[in-house]
Design a protein around this ligand. Structure first.
Ligand SMILES: CC(C)(COP(=O)(O)OP(=O)(O)OC[C@H]1O[C@@H](n2cnc3c(N)ncnc32)[C@H](O)[C@@H]1OP(=O)(O)O)[C@@H](O)C(=O)NCCC(=O)NCCS
Length: 311
C-alpha cells in the first residue's frame, strides 16, 4: 500500500461516511461482478443503521481505515460475546481495494480474539470469492452452508396453513433472555445474551424476538428479526428441529405481511427449504458460516443474519 492508512475506532461524525462507504462498496462489488448492484438501492441512508446499531450494541469495537486526509476507505464491525468474537460487515472503498486494507482490519479483529482467547465467527457469501478468500487466508474454516431466500409476504398473509407448532410460539420478553441463551449454547455452543437483551429492549433499530416452548415449558427455538424499514431481515434464530423452525418462520413472516425480505436457511434443512419454496421463496445468494475454531457437534436449525452478523 503506497498511501499511509490509519486504523482507528469509529466516532460519531463517521456515521454518514460509513453508510456511504458500505453502500458504495456493496453496489460496486455486486454490480461489477454479478450485475446486481441495484439490489442495495439508490441511497446510502438505510446503511446508517449499521453504525447506529453496532455502536449502540458495542461502542468502540468497529475498526475503520482512514487516509491521511481523514477519508474513510475501510470499515470492519466486530463484537465480543461470551464465547466468541463475531465479525460483522467488512468493506473497502472500491478505489482502495486489493491493497490489504480489509486484511489489516480483519487482522486487528483476529488479534483481539486471540488476546481474549476466543474464536472469531462470521457469515461469508459464497458468490464473493474476494471475501471468502480473505477469510480463509486468515484461518477461517467454512462450515454450514445457507441459502438466502427472498420472499414477498402477501398482504393477506401466507396462503399456506399455519404449521401446528405455532401454538407454542410467542413474543419473547426480557426474562426469556437467559433461557434463549442457554438453548443456543446447548445447540450451537455459543452464547450472546447481550444481543437478545438488546433486541428485546428495542431502543435502537426495530426488533422482534419470538420464542417457542416445548410441552414441558423448555425453550425449543427462538427467532429474532430486524423489522426496521432500512433493514428487514429474519434472524438470528435456532430451532431444535425443522418443524419448530417452520413454526417460528411462519409466525415471523405472518408479522411481515406486504413486505419483501430475505432470510437465510440451512441448505441441509431440505424440508424447511422446500416448504419455503412452496410459500414463494426464491434463492438469491448462498452464504457459509466460517469460524477460526468451529464448534464440534453443533446441532439445530440455524437462521443467521447480517446485522448484527451471526453464524
Ligand atoms: C471483500 C472486500 C472487503 C476485500 O477488500 P480488500 O481491501 O480489497 O481486500 P485485501 O486487499 O485486504 O485482501 C484480499 C485478500 O484476498 C486474497 N484473494 C482475493 N481473491 C482471491 C482468490 N480468488 N483466491 C485467493 N485469494 C484471493 C488476496 O490475495 C488478498 O490476500 P493477500 O493480501 O494475502 O494476497 C472488498 O472487495 C469489498 O468491500 N467488497 C464489497 C463488500 C463485501 O462484499 N464485503 C464482504 C461481505 S461481509
Amino acid at each position: 500500500m503506497s498511501e499511509h492508512i490509519d486504523f482507528t475506532a469509529l466516532t460519531a461524525p463517521d456515521r454518514e461516511p460509513i453508510a456511504r462507504l458500505l453502500h458504495r462498496a456493496l453496489v460496486h462489488w455486486y454490480e461489477s461482478r454479478l450485475g446486481q448492484g441495484s439490489r442495495f438501492g439508490g441511497s446510502h441512508e438505510p446503511f446508517t443503521l449499521f453504525p447506529d446499531v453496532y455502536e449502540a450494541l458495542d461502542p468502540g469495537e468497529c475498526v475503520t481505515a482512514r487516509t491521511a486526509s481523514g477519508e474513510i476507505v475501510g470499515v470492519c464491525f466486530s463484537h465480543e460475546r461470551e464465547t466468541h468474537v463475531s465479525v460483522g460487515i467488512v468493506a473497502t472503498a472500491p478505489d482502495a481495494g486489493g491493497r490489504g486494507i480489509a486484511k489489516k482490519m480483519m487482522s486487528l479483529v483476529l488479534d483481539k480474539a486471540k488476546r481474549l482467547g476466543k474464536p472469531a465467527r462470521l457469515v461469508s457469501s459464497l458468490l464473493n470469492l474476494d471475501s471468502f478468500s480473505l477469510y480463509t487466508r486468515l484461518g477461517f474454516v467454512p462450515g454450514a452452508m445457507y441459502q438466502d431466500l427472498l420472499i414477498t409476504v402477501p398482504e393477506t398473509g401466507l396462503a399456506a396453513p399455519a404449521p401446528a407448532g405455532i401454538a407454542h410460539v410467542r413474543d419473547a420478553v426480557l426474562a426469556d433472555v437467559p433461557r434463549i441463551s442457554d438453548f443456543e449454547q446447548t445447540q450451537q455452543g455459543i452464547r450472546r445474551e447481550k444481543d437478545f437483551a438488546f433486541f428485546i429492549r428495542n431502543e435502537v433499530g426495530a426488533w422482534r424476538v419470538l420464542v417457542s416452548e416445548a410441552a414441558d415449558g423448555s425453550v425449543n427455538g427462538f427467532l429474532a428479526m430486524s423489522v426496521h424499514p432500512s433493514f428487514t431481515m429474519i434472524g438470528p434464530g435456532v430451532a431444535i428441529d425443522e418443524e419448530t423452525a417452520l413454526a417460528l418462520l411462519w409466525r415471523a413472516l405472518d408479522g411481515l405481511r406486504g413486505q419483501t425480505l430475505v432470510f437465510l436457511a440451512p441448505c441441509a434443512a431440505s424440508a424447511l427449504v422446500r416448504t419455503a419454496y412452496s410459500w414463494g421463496a426464491r434463492n438469491v445468494e448462498l452464504h457459509v458460516a466460517q469460524s477460526t475454531a468451529p464448534v464440534a457437534g453443533a446441532k439445530g436449525i440455524v437462521f443467521p443474519t447480517f446485522m448484527p452478523e451471526t453464524a
